[in-house]
Design a protein around this ligand. Structure first.
Ligand code: PLP
Length: 405
């Protein structure tokens, strides 16, 4: 509920791992008048954003844009390629992998969930060797798809998608490969074609810096072909009519016109900074954030250094400390939102988002808010995370967000 009698000075600090802060340029672009989505101007906009998204996914193949949150694009990936009763191999990395698996069950698929027992798997990346081993056992090719989450937003663990592709190839298995890069895209390196992904799923409210509301499927020719034999009931999500209409930049139903203005602006901003530079900035901010957590003497949720997320950092609370109580103090005292622990790690950790329109000083402000809030909550800190993060940012200029740096 908006409290109209309360107007805090300055900006709210939105440091959840998506939605990420929406830049003013995008907000202004969204305020342009809505145009006729069947009119002559719209086709040019449609063609531009569709081509722009191909560059972001690094694909030559079609990208589909839905007026839906990421969950819709998850459903579209499954519903366009599979048939009721199909077996799919999924991998438990955290809450979002779990929700995608639940969706697969709800759609009448038979997901098999690989992973570690309890909450152990929520601290590690996908193990490609486990996928290879399971696919090798499936001599009859009953498994129709392998589905993994690229950047697990509930934990701050990023999986090696190229390695999963190699595992599928090593097993000589024909399963389709589907990847949720809802929080990974436009923040961490992602290569749809080179990594042989059949369906990549993404959303607007993370690396692309848009408000929530549009989501994406990037396709491969194999995925489009699989759609012809798929018996899953679908209408709204159906790629085929979408692909036909998209050829001229139009959509089969009313698109989110004003969010597409924002997407157009976002694509310009990313191009101006450079996609590789965007990735470097995220890596650098992630490193500084982890230095802060270490200096506080707290644990990082991700246990595998090679899998540290450049997008968010999960901070584990000492035994007996309720992470949600700490978040509440930080929100009430410093007007900053942090991500809650979800599912199996509820109350045990919180998440600091450092994605999208973030720079050195926004991260420093977020870390200062965390440090003060942790101290106010009675968490004993080993040292100053703020000092450690400042040192990290000062020393590590590579990939700094300002061109002059
Ligand atoms: N997958 C991942 C990795 C996510 O981070 C999210 C949302 O945060 C989702 C799926 C679900 O997307 P949405 O909430 O936009 O429906």
């Amino acid at each position: 509920m908006l409290k109209l009698d309360f107007h805090p000075a300055g900006r709210h600090f939105l440091h959840i791992p998506g939605p990420s802060p929406v830049p003013d340029r995008l907000l202004r672009a969204m305020s342009y008048p809505t145009i006729d989505h069947r009119g002559p101007e719209f086709g040019a906009l449609g063609l531009k954003v569709l081509a722009g998204m191909q560059k972001i996914f690094k694909t030559r193949h079609p990208v589909v844009i839905y007026p839906a949150s990421g969950t819709g694009a998850w459903e579209a990936a499954l519903a366009n390629t599979l048939s009721p009763g199909d077996r799919v191999l999924m991998y438990e990395t955290g809450q979002f992998a779990t929700l995608w698996k639940k969706m697969a069950e709800a759609l009448g698929l038979q997901p098999e969930f690989l992973g570690l027992p309890g909450a152990e798997g929520w601290r590690r990346a996908v193990d490609p060797a486990r996928i290879e081993e399971r696919l090798r056992q499936d001599a009859g090719h009953e498994i129709k798809a392998v589905c993994v989450v690229h950047n697990e937003t509930s934990t701050g663990v990023t999986s090696d998608i190229a390695a999963v592709r190699r595992a599928i190839d090593a097993a000589g298995h024909p399963a389709l490969f589907m990847v949720d890069t809802i929080s990974g895209l436009a923040a961490a390196d992602y290569r749809h074609d080179e990594w042989g992904v059949d369906v990549s799923v993404s959303g607007s409210q993370k690396g692309l810096m848009l408000p929530p509301g549009i989501s994406f499927n990037a396709l491969s020719p194999r995925a489009i072909e699989a759609g012809r034999g798929s018996r899953m009931p679908r209408s709204f999500w159906n790629w085929h009519e979408m692909l036909e209409m998209n050829k001229t930049g139009y959509f089969p139903y009313t698109p989110s016109t004003n969010l597409l203005y924002a997407l157009h602006e976002s694509l310009d901003m990313i191009q101006e900074e450079g996609l590789e530079q965007v990735f470097a900035r995220h890596r650098r901010l992630g490193e500084a954030c982890r230095q802060a957590v270490r200096a506080w003497g707290l644990e990082i949720q991700c246990l595998d250094e090679a899998a540290y997320s450049p997008i968010l950092t999960g901070v584990v609370m000492p035994e007996g400390v309720d992470a949600d109580a700490v978040r509440k103090v930080i929100l009430e005292r410093f007007d900053m939102s942090l991500g809650a622990g979800l599912g199996k790690v509820r109350g045990r950790m919180f998440r600091i988002g450092h994605l999208g329109d973030c720079n050195d000083l926004t991260l420093m402000a977020a870390l200062a808010g965390c440090e003060m809030g942790l101290a106010l909550s009675g968490v004993k800190l080993a040292g100053s995370g703020v000092q450690a993060a400042m040192a990290s940012l000062q020393e590590n200029r590579g990939g700094a967000s300002l061109k002059a740096a």
